[in-house]
Design a protein around this ligand. Structure first.
Ligand code: SF4
Length: 74
């Protein structure tokens, strides 16, 4: 059984292209500075969160399984 996800965005590299909220809209949003923002790391399916992380053009998104401690992305 997979654990919950911990999701973070490196704001030093995020270019605010809105790909992550487009692919996992319950997890990601853009803040007022047009940078990615995590709303709830477990609101979308794990597949959708992984898809968003993989689609980020600057690999700003890190995904960790909180139960196993495994870093799922990058
Ligand atoms: S996909 Fe990456 S670059 Fe685009 S808003 Fe999300 S974190 Fe930022």
């Amino acid at each position: 059984m997979a654990g919950k996800l911990q999701v973070s965005i490196d704001l030093n590299v995020c270019v605010g292209n809105a790909m992550c909220p487009h692919l996992a809209g319950k997890t990601f949003d853009l803040d007022d500075n047009r940078q990615g923002h995590v709303i709830d790391p477990n609101a979308d399916t794990r597949e959708n969160v992984m898809e968003a992380a993989e689609a980020c053009p600057v690999s700003a998104i890190t995904v960790v399984d909180t139960e196993s401690g495994e870093q799922l992305f990058p």
